[in-house]
Ligand binder design. Structure first.
Ligand code: F0G
Length: 470
């Protein structure tokens, strides 16, 4: 073991095993196709894991989005769907769950997170205004740009370094925010786009102190803060674990306190909220809500269903209450950490500390012989699938896309392959199999060639781009 090797959380904090606070009632078979079939499937998919058929995948770690297992309560709730066009009882249950757990006043359902991102971006951003955020997220930034906004990354520098062990690598650099406000003028800042946890940084959390200080700063200048609450329950876990004064507070209390520092939130309920489809938008300001409530009718559906069936809203209402359960979050993040620690023990380069929803392999360190334009993270995702049928996702240069003005590729500092863990779906044995496959691919790394992009769609190219082996 080298001296600078990062300490695992187990080494730092001592370890007691966690176990899932549930048992399994229904199972879904998994199938692994042969190596030859996987090779053919990969070529057919243009080396893009988004273009693989699910039936050709063994363990699916593409995303934690919409892939959760629902509880028996949620399935029972599905049967209680009130499929009225207007004023469904399930909407009021959803509204109540969001008000109770997140604390916002006015709620709109949307079909998923990006539906909510679209509405808030259109309503709040004026053309040419700046949106400052703790690292970009693909769909979030695109909607901000489509509304005429200019995204500025104001995350702390530590977030761009995969090996840095800062406990709150999702924090906003308040100095960067204040400099931006002074340079551009507060009236030219549409809002602060705050995400907890930060997906593209490796699922890294934001501290309570950071959001408290951000609030004070924004109040001085009259700037609004909107929260991407997609994985905010997981963020609350890290505050409970790492921030002085929060060890004896519940996830529910921490979540609500955090949200209280913000002016509203959008949500991809397909993550923390434990549903397969759904999202929401919540604000405290009535005039803004009126505008959003009007926009939702144009793009999603009436303001009491927002593109969802009544049963979807009921499953979400129940999922929200389950998502703030302390034992649930501890075992959820614990499983991700378990995988991260296996890889750390084998000296495989991953983003440290391990985040909330995924283990991110550091593809630049994995394949130092590949240039970034040879798509190291995309290459790693393809190699992993070839080895074992495990599906992961690129989070590097392909995801970053191009600068809308110059047309050049963005070259993000982080070139990562994400092993995203669905909630309540896989067992610890699956994590062992995943770790062993990553190790096998790591052992072959020096022989691995990169990729070239042969087809590039205009928007969010990583979803549908095609590649060939160099
Ligand atoms: N915000 C964050 C932080 C996300 O991770 C996502 C989706 C969205 C917003 C958009 O929500 O998919 O419901 O429209 N992330 C998925 C992922 C796609 O795999 O990380 P959506």
């Amino acid at each position: 073991m080298s001296e600078n090797k990062p300490k695992t959380m187990g080494q730092q904090f001592g370890r007691r095993s966690w176990a899932e606070p549930w048992k399994i009632k229904m199972v879904e078979p998994l199938n692994m196709i042969s190596h030859e079939e996987r090779q053919a499937a990969l070529v057919e998919a243009g080396y893009n894991t988004f273009l693989l058929k699910s039936a050709d995948v063994y363990i699916d770690l593409l995303t934690d989005s919409g892939t959760s297992a629902m509880s028996d309560r949620q399935w029972a709730g599905m049967m209680m769907g009130d499929e009225a066009y207007a004023g469904s009882r399930n909407f009021y249950n959803l509204e109540n769950a969001i008000q109770t757990c997140y604390g916002y006043k006015y709620i709109l359902p949307t079909h998923q997170g990006r539906g909510a991102e679209h509405l808030i971006s259109q309503a709040v951003i004026k053309k040419g205004q700046y949106v400052a955020g703790n690292m970009y997220f693909t769909t979030t930034r695109l909607h901000q740009e489509l509304a005429g906004g200019i995204f500025v990354d104001v995350i702390i520098d530590e977030a761009h370094d995969p090996a840095n062990l800062h406990p709150f690598k999702g924090n906003i650099d308040l100095g960067k925010v204040e400099a931006l406000i002074k340079e551009k003028g507060a009236e030219n800042i549409a809002y602060i786009s705050l995400a907890g946890t930060v997906n593209m940084a490796g699922g890294q959390p934001v501290s309570m102190q950071n959001v408290r200080e951000l609030r004070a700063l924004c109040d001085r200048y009259g700037v609004k803060i909107f929260l991407d609450a997609t994985r905010m329950a997981e963020n609350a876990f890290f505050i409970q674990e790492r921030e002085p004064g929060y060890a004896s507070k519940s996830i529910a209390e921490i979540l609500k306190e955090f949200c209280a520092y913000t002016d509203g939130a959008w949500m991809s309920a397909k993550k923390d909220n434990l549903v397969n489809i759904g999202g929401w938008l919540a604000v405290n300001d009535w005039p803004l809500f009126e505008e959003l409530r009007n926009l939702v009718v144009v793009y999603e559906g009436l303001h009491t269903y927002g593109g969802l069936a009544g049963r979807d809203m009921e499953a979400m209402a129940i999922g929200i209450l389950e998502s703030v359960n302390d034992d649930h979050i501890r075992s959820r993040v614990g499983q991700v950490r378990y995988l991260g620690e296996l890889l750390t023990d084998w000296d495989i380069p991953i983003v440290q500390p391990v985040g909330g929803h995924a283990v991110f392999l550091d593809a630049k360190a994995f394949y130092p012989h590949l240039k970034q334009i040879e798509f190291p993270a995309q290459t790693l995702a393809a190699e992993l699938y070839l080895d074992s049928g495990i599906r992961s996702m690129e989070r590097g240069i392909a995801s970053a896309g191009r600068d809308a003005k110059t047309g050049d590729h963005y070259y993000p500092k982080l070139e990562l392959t994400r092993l995203t863990i669905p909630r309540r779906v896989y067992t610890q044995a699956h994590m062992d199999v995943v770790a062993e496959s990553v190790k096998a691919v790591y052992d072959e790394r020096e022989k691995t060639r990169g990729l070239k992009m042969v087809y590039e769609p205009k928007y969010l190219r990583f979803f549908q781009a095609r590649f060939e082996k160099l």
